[in-house]
Ligand binder design. Structure first.
Ligand SMILES: Cc1ncc(COP(=O)(O)O)c(C=O)c1O
Length: 387
C-alpha cells in the first residue's frame, strides 16, 4: 500500500463491497475456458437492421451531445408504447429520460431522493446494484427475504417493516435472479400499504418484455395510485440484445422526474446520440419489442427440456432470462462451492443465488442465463449432465 493510502486511512463509503460475483464468475469462465451461463448477456448478435441504423446515424453526423433528457422522438415512442401496453400516460417532455442503461436509472432515482437514515425496503434475492446505491447516500437497506423456492412476497412482513422513516420500496418484476413476476394481488397489497404514506416506489422493469407461458407483465404504471409515486427503470440492453450499449430509460411523474433530471444532468448529462436515433427508428415497428417474449420463450423451453436430462431440478421461471435450479439430488455443498466446482471441473459457469442476499442466505439454488445460442446451451447441458 502506498504511503498516501496508509496516511489517509481512507474510510471506504462501501466497505462491504468487493468485485461482484458476476465479474468473478465471468473471469473464472475465461480462465477455465468454461461456457459462461453466469452473467446475463446474449452470445448472439442483435438485429443487423439496428446495427445498420446506428452506422447510418453515425455516418450522417449524429455524433455530438444529445439533449439532456434524450432525443425527443425516442421519448415520444416510449410514451406511446407505455400508453398502448399499460394504459399509462407519460409526457415525453417532462416525464421520460433516456439514461446510460437501467443501472444508471436506478442509481439516479435513489440518488435524487435518499437521505441519511431513510429506510429502503428491498426484496431478496435482489439485483446487486440497489443496496450500494442506497448505502452511498446514507440510506438504510431493509431487506425482506422472499420465501424460497416459490419466491413470493410476504406482505405481512413488509407491513411490519414500514414506519415513518420508510422512504422507498424497490421492486423488480420480472425478477432477476428468480424469474418470478408480480401478480395482481401483489399490486393491490402495494397500493394498500403505500396509500396515505410518503413512500415512493422504484420499479425495476428491465425484463418487462421477457415473460412466458401467457403471463402478462404488470407495470406499476398501470395503477394510478402507484403511477403517481413511482420511478420505472428499463433497459434497451435487455430489449434489443445490446447489453454493451448501456442505454435505458426512466419514467416518472413530473414532480419526481424534475428531481431525477437534476442529478442526471450532472451525472451523465446525456446519452449516446446515434444509438438513440437508431433505437427510435427501430421501435417504430412494434414487432421489434412485442416478439421478444416468443423469442425467449423458445430459448427457455429449449434449455429447460435439455436440463430435464440432468440431475438438477428446475424452479418455475415466469420471466427474465434466467433459469434457477436446485441440486439436492447432486450434492449438499453450499451454492458457491458447487458453482466454483462446476466452472473448474465441469466447464460451465453459473451464479450462486446466495450472492443476491445481504446475509448470503443459501437455499442451494444456482442461476443459469439462457440468453445464449442453441449450440451454447446444448454444449453446456452436455457438460451439466455429467454432474
Ligand atoms: C434486474 C436488473 N436491473 C437492471 C439491470 C441493468 O441494466 P443495464 O445493463 O441496462 O444497466 C440488470 C442487468 O442485468 C438487471 O438484471
Amino acid at each position: 500500500m502506498s504511503n498516501l493510502a496508509l496516511n489517509m486511512q481512507l474510510k471506504s463509503k462501501l466497505p462491504g463491497v468487493s468485485t461482484t460475483i458476476f465479474t468473478v464468475m465471468s473471469q473464472l469462465a475465461a480462465q477455465y475456458k468454461a461456457i459462461n451461463l453466469s452473467q446475463g448477456f446474449p452470445d448472439y448478435e442483435c438485429s443487423p437492421q439496428l446495427v445498420e441504423l446506428v452506422s447510418k446515424y453515425m455516418r450522417s453526423g449524429y455524433n455530438q451531445y444529445a439533449p439532456m433528457a434524450g432525443i425527443l422522438s425516442l421519448r415520444e415512442r416510449l410514451s406511446e408504447k407505455q400508453e398502448k401496453l399499460h394504459q399509462a400516460k407519460y409526457a415525453p417532455d417532462t416525464e421520460i429520460t433516456i439514461t446510460a442503461g437501467g443501472t444508471q436509472a436506478i442509481f439516479t432515482s435513489i440518488a435524487c431522493l435518499i437521505r441519511p437514515d431513510d429506510e429502503v425496503i428491498i426484496f431478496e434475492p435482489a439485483y446487486d446494484s440497489y443496496s450500494p446505491a442506497v448505502t452511498l447516500f446514507g440510506g438504510l437497506v431493509k431487506p425482506v427475504e422472499l420465501s424460497a423456492p416459490d419466491y413470493k412476497i410476504d406482505w405481512l412482513q413488509v407491513a411490519k417493516l414500514i414506519n415513518d422513516k420508510t422512504r422507498m420500496i424497490i421492486l423488480n418484476s420480472p425478477n432477476n435472479p428468480t424469474g418470478r413476476t408480480l401478480a395482481e394481488e401483489d399490486m393491490l397489497e402495494l397500493i394498500r400499504l403505500t396509500r396515505d404514506t410518503s413512500i415512493l416506489i422504484l420499479s425495476d422493469e428491465v425484463y418487462e418484455h421477457l415473460v412466458y407461458d401467457g403471463i402478462k407483465h404488470l407495470s406499476v404504471s398501470h395503477y394510478p395510485e402507484l403511477w403517481e409515486r413511482s420511478f420505472i427503470t428499463a433497459s434497451f440492453g435487455k430489449l434489443l440484445h445490446t447489453t454493451g450499449w448501456k442505454v435505458g430509460y426512466c419514467l416518472a411523474p413530473e414532480w419526481l422526474m424534475k428531481e431525477f433530471r437534476k442529478v442526471h444532468q450532472f451525472e451523465v448529462f446525456s446519452v449516446n446520440s446515434a444509438v438513440q436515433y437508431a433505437i427510435s427508428d427501430f421501435l417504430q415497428d412494434e414487432r421489434n419489442y412485442l416478439e421478444i417474449s416468443d423469442f425467449f420463450q423458445t430459448k427457455k423451453d429449449f434449455f429447460l427440456n435439455l436440463m430435464l436430462e440432468t440431475r438438477f431440478d428446475m424452479l418455475p421461471c415466469q420471466g427474465s432470462y434466467f433459469q434457477s435450479v436446485q441440486y439436492s439430488r447432486i450434492s449438499d455443498e453450499d451454492d458457491t462451492a458447487l458453482a466454483m466446482r462446476l466452472v473448474k471441473e465441469f466447464g460451465v459457469a453459473c451464479i450462486p443465488v446466495s450472492a443476491f442476499y445481504s446475509k448470503g442466505t443459501d437455499h442451494q439454488v444456482l442461476r443459469f442465463c439462457f440468453a445464449k445460442k442453441q449450440e451454447t446451451l446444448e454444449k453446456a447441458v452436455t457438460y451439466l449432465a455429467k454432474v
